[in-house]
Design a protein around this ligand. Structure first.
Ligand SMILES: [Zn+2]
Length: 101
């Protein structure tokens, strides 16, 4: 018997995996001033994008802007949503996950 698991696709490598194995990212903040943020609970409302729990996929998605594209962030939001400061915080927030693996 197979158990149905809800699967999501990593935006970096397009691999499918159970949502519990992936990392979720969302836009958070007031409209027009959203920032990219790590949704550790995987339960925050709104559109989310997913990557594998690997530094490789996370960095790739970040470098190619695939997180924001996947979130369909408006152009005006994209720049500040992925500013150096935000990216730095984002890296800090996922660092402990990569260390575990
Ligand atoms: Zn991946």
């Amino acid at each position: 018997m197979t158990v149905k698991v809800s699967e999501r696709t990593c935006v970096a490598c397009r691999k499918k995996a159970a949502r519990t194995e992936l990392l979720r990212f969302v836009l958070q903040g007031e409209e027009g001033a959203e920032v990219l943020s790590f949704d550790e609970s995987r339960r925050r409302p709104g559109r989310g994008v997913w990557t594998c729990s690997s530094a490789e996929c996370f960095e790739k998605a970040l470098a190619k802007g695939q997180l924001l594209r996947g979130l369909r962030a408006p152009k005006a939001v994209r720049q500040q949503a992925q500013s150096d400061e935000v990216v730095h915080e984002l890296r800090e927030s996922v660092a402990h996950i990569f260390k575990k693996i």
